[in-house]
Write a protein that binds this ligand. Structure first.
Ligand code: ZN
Length: 334
């Protein structure tokens, strides 16, 4: 089979021929129909993320995968050849550590991928693979950040940095939980436009010298209940902490591999603020997203900005990195 692989020591990415894997007793072999390209993949390519638990030096990238079950291991009873499935991106290894597909073990930039049967979620016929594949990270990660880590309540005010793949879905999901006002922040005008189209109440440019003042005006000086950093940016975190209100919490979703700086410990403690780390989602969150789509509460048809063949995976990564075509999610099809 063909597979897009990265050598960690050199960060060299190439699409190569590889032996099609064989599932173990509790695993499933999946024919990949679509795989999403995430900014974390760009971080892996550029060296700002390094796999923590990879055995060896080379890994097949891709942690957003949907496809059709090709064959199942002897102990698998819940899935059979022909089933349409999403693969959830993280599993706990034998030492109970969270390992991530496409980083710590082979992922879905490939014609086939092997996954544990307990990491699969069924996809209804009505949901195209291109939309299904992005759910495990681009949609379920913000869903887990909103409902679990931040535990956003109806009517809470939210400041959200970064209207890319995760942030745009976060706007839609915050509307579903009844949050508001929702203030989306992104330096790119097109990204701000799509935040408003997705239901944000305001969309602001963080590079505008008036930004802090304008954001404060929105809240009439009260400060925000919740801020999300979907970028992984020191300035987003700094601005968030300045704009949080009493009891406000900042949730870190985007990663930059750098220190988190609190601008003033006095203000931070006086306002009893909290900074919360967030990572990924569980199978439950992915199932909830699939259910919301089936119930027509959520629509991902606008989320796919480009579809490229697997052989052009390197192009897809550079399009995402350089924001060519203002991408939301770029999809690879083997
Ligand atoms: Zn991702």
């Amino acid at each position: 089979m063909r597979a897009g692989r990265i050598q960690i020591s050199t960060r060299e990415f190439t699409v190569v021929d590889l032996q099609t894997p064989t599932p173990e007793a509790d695993e499933v072999l999946i024919k990949v129909m679509a795989a999403g390209v995430c900014l974390s993949d760009v971080h892996l390519l550029r060296g700002s993320i390094t796999p923590g638990f990879l055995k060896g030096d080379v890994v097949t990238m891709g942690h957003e995968v949907a496809g059709i079950v090709e064959s199942v291991g002897e102990k698998v009873t819940k899935f059979a050849a022909g089933d349409r499935v999403i693969v959830c991106a993280g599993v706990r290894d034998q030492f109970n550590r969270v390992t991530t597909m496409g980083f710590d073990y082979d992922g879905g930039f490939a014609e086939y991928v092997v996954a544990g049967a307990d990491t699969l979620v069924r996809v209804p016929e009505t949901l195209p693979f291109e939309q299904a594949c992005i759910i495990p990270d681009a949609v379920s990660t913000p869903w887990a950040a909103i409902t679990q880590t931040a535990a956003v309540k109806p009517n809470e005010s939210v400041l959200l940095f970064g209207v890319g793949g995760l942030g745009l879905h976060a706007v839609q999901l915050l509307k579903i939980v009844g949050a508001g006002p929702i203030v989306a922040v992104d330096p790119i005008a097109k990204a701000r436009e799509r935040a408003l189209a997705a239901g944000a109440d305001y969309a602001l440019d963080p590079t505008d010298p008036e930004f802090l003042g304008t954001a404060k005006e929105v809240m009439r000086g009260a400060g925000f209940n919740v801020a999300f950093d979907f970028v992984g940016s020191g300035s987003a975190r700094n601005q968030s902490l300045r704009l949080l209100g009493e009891g406000g919490r900042l949730v870190i979703v985007g990663l930059a591999n750098e220190a988190i700086v609190i601008p003033s410990d006095i203000t931070f403690s006086f306002k009893r603020n909290q900074i919360l780390g967030h990572y990924g989602s569980t199978t439950r969150h992915t199932i909830e997203i699939v259910q919301m789509i089936a119930a027509k509460k959520l629509n991902l048809s606008g989320s796919i900005s480009e579809v490229l063949p697997l052989e052009e995976a390197a192009t897809a990564l550079s399009h995402l990195e350089d924001k060519v075509g203002n991408p939301i999610r770029i999809i690879l099809k083997p």
